[in-house]
Design a protein around this ligand. Structure first.
Ligand code: FES
Length: 316
């Protein structure tokens, strides 16, 4: 279990319509654990709610964490609590930064697609690019200008930012045409709503998988044709064998048998339940592992992923 920090809410500010920036600091003024661009933290909210938010700050800062929080239209309580109840001075339990959306520091050209509040990890990446003199361009896509957070910091880089508002353009942004014009060596980073992610994924098929990076907010849709088959789970440390029926997840079976595994989102987006695979073939259904990580089959997310083989052996 990852150790949690107790941090004080040092500031809450409006960043755009229905988007807040929450600043967290150590109550004693101490340094915070470091992070890299693209990292997120987990906020532990009342009623057992745990939510991941990307850090939107300069990664060299150790005195604060800043996260951007959009009010989710179908909020299950997390963003609504932060928007309506959270106050400056409150103490929050925070899981330290983890990064499943890391920047390729060797990339010679970086292209960012940010939709709405998906700008938060991208902002941290752009600050890194500026500090390290890397060429970058941002396509920032929002419904209307009032919904665009962080326009102020971007004002200094006007020639590197393409802001598209559906309202002003009277149309959606043409992702396919834009991606088709990008240079072959570009690394593409996308964070935003599902339609944007899927559009970039479809348009970027010509790129090697290691050049196309996504931060999924919500779980990728599972192909309905993918039937759930039962399989046997072998736990290497205890030697236990457990049957995973078609209608239960690995995580549910582990919990029902008293095997403790860290978990948070339970929908394949946070990676807190990542577990090492020792033998067998996983059927990955998460939204965090990169294509290369998936094909290595070294780990899987036990909350959603299953097995293609009859037996799957885990390091548990
Ligand atoms: S609990 Fe979040 S990926 Fe499994």
């Amino acid at each position: 279990m990852m150790e949690r920090l107790t941090l004080r809410v040092a500031g809450i500010a409006s960043a755009a319509r229905e988007a807040l920036v929450v600043e967290l600091r150590d109550p004693a003024g101490g340094e915070l654990p470091p992070f890299t661009p693209g990292a997120h933290i987990e906020l532990h909210l009342p009623d057992g709610l745990v939510r991941q938010y990307s850090l939107c700050d300069d990664a060299r800062r150790r005195d604060r964490y800043r996260v951007g929080v959009g009010l989710a239209p179908a909020s299950r309580g997390g963003s609504r609590y932060i928007h309506q109840e959270l106050r400056v001075g409150d103490l929050l339990e925070v899981t330290p930064p983890r990064n499943h959306f890391p920047l390729c520091e060797d990339a010679t050209e970086l292209v960012f697609f940010a939709g709405g509040i998906g700008i938060t990890p991208i902002l941290s990446m752009i600050l890194w690019c500026e500090a390290n003199d890397r060429p970058w361009h941002l396509f920032y896509l929002v419904r209307s200008r009032e919904r665009a957070a962080f326009l102020e910091p971007f004002a200094a880089y006007a020639d590197k930012v393409t802001l598209h508002t559906d309202e002003e353009a009277g149309a959606l942004f043409d992702v396919a045409a834009t991606v088709a014009r990008l240079p072959a060596q570009a690394h593409l980073y996308t964070c935003g709503p599902m339609p944007l992610m899927l559009a970039v994924e479809a348009a970027a098929k010509k790129y090697p998988a290691e050049q196309v990076h996504f931060e999924w907010f919500s779980p990728r849709q599972i192909d309905p044709a993918q039937a759930d088959a039962p399989f046997t789970l072998k736990l290497a440390r205890s030697g236990q064998c457990l049957e995973v029926p078609a209608d239960r997840s690995i995580l549910q079976v582990l919990e029902a048998n008293g095997v403790r595994v860290e978990s948070s989102c339970r929908e394949g987006t946070c990676a807190s339940c990542e577990t090492r695979v020792l033998s067998g073939v996983p059927e990955h259904r998460d939204s965090v592992l990169s294509t290369a990580e998936r094909s290595s089959n070294r780990t899987l997310m036990v909350c959603v992923s299953r097995a293609c083989s009859a037996v799957l052996e885990l390091d548990l």
